[in-house]
Design a protein around this ligand. Sequence first.
Ligand SMILES: Nc1nc2c(ncn2[C@@H]2O[C@H](COP(=O)(O)OP(=O)(O)OP(=O)(O)O)[C@@H](O)[C@H]2O)c(=O)[nH]1
Length: 385
Amino acid sequence: MSDSRPAGPPPPIPLTVLTGFLGAGKTTLLNRLLRHEALKDSVVIINEFGEIGLDHLLVERVDEDMVLLSAGCLCCTVRGDLIATLEDLLRKRDNGRIAPFRRVVIETTGLADPAPILHAVLYHPYLSMRYAVEGVVTVVDAVNGEATLDAHPEAVRQVAVAERLVLTKTDLVKDADRLERLRQRLRRLNPGAAILPADARVEEIVSGGLFDLGGKIADVAEWLRTEAVEEAERRSHAHQHGHGHDRGHDHGPDHAHRHDVNRHDERIRAFSLVSEEPIRQGTLDMFLDLLRSTQGAKLLRVKGLVALAEDPEHPVVIHGVQHVIHVPAILPRWPSDDRRSRLVLIVDDLEKETVEALWNAFLGKPQIDRPDAAALSDNPLSLRR
Ligand SMILES: Nc1nc2c(ncn2[C@@H]2O[C@H](COP(=O)(O)OP(=O)(O)OP(=O)(O)O)[C@@H](O)[C@H]2O)c(=O)[nH]1
């Protein structure tokens, strides 16, 4: 029997989460994004508490839950379950009841933690095949940003999990030092995220991630940004071991903050783990599994590019949020000459040494007074602090 349908699953649909604190400028940015050709056939999902002023955009009702935006995008409001909404969209798309949208943008409410939204997709066996979570874009208001970060841990987490940070309202801040202080704080919270101006090109804001608009692998090195994380680690390390003698150090306006461990964002840090040698699949799985099960709540974000010993030519992309670690893609080739396995972790109140000890133990790197991999797998609680 002949079957003319193309073999294999359809390419995954890129999904972007747009977040940012109340009034930061999410809707303003979204409106600009949706006017761009690249986002024309998008679906926008807005959760029920989102006070988004869509009236001027609406032209036509598609069904009771959806409206067609003038930009050629569909918009729906999540009243209940996000998973059900994402499934329903696929069903309607697959049976031709709605146009074959090319991207989903989820705009969260200002107080939302974006992690559960990423979980909903990454953890779901079917949705994780059909949607490609491209990442989180977090809008930060330059006027209120510092005060918001001080007062609201949700805002700190929104910054920490982002792939890209868009700084709005810089036109209202005349004090360049103040702006630089905010930028430095954002860089400390999430050194791997690009900080973009509010008028950045649309392609930079939505497509600098793991997947391009056609669902293909895009610039993974940019997505990972390990160099930025390593540089931030070096600076922080140099800072702790002598004041101001490293080249990157300055005693700028943020200096005093670095020693104030009571600030919520002092608990959040980013670091990288590197291996020069390819890693066996089983070892990687065990490491990630143990990390996830023992430290999941403290893992805000895990990203990585790993050379597997079984197939070193095709690096594996690791993508995780808290206790969910997902392997979305095996790349057809290395994105650059750097073929080291690299993991970038953004953690809340977790010491690098704890994770590094686990990593080294699994990779068989000898350490003083540390158990080896066998001891760890025999007693998975042995490294918990
Ligand atoms: N001056 C200036 N104003 C901006 C900028 N971006 C947004 N705004 C203004 O900030 C206000 C809030 O913007 P919104 O886009 O509604 O913010 P939001 O994050 O969607 O707000 P909520 O949905 O209530 O959380 C509006 O009055 C915007 O016009 C900017 O870059 N510069």
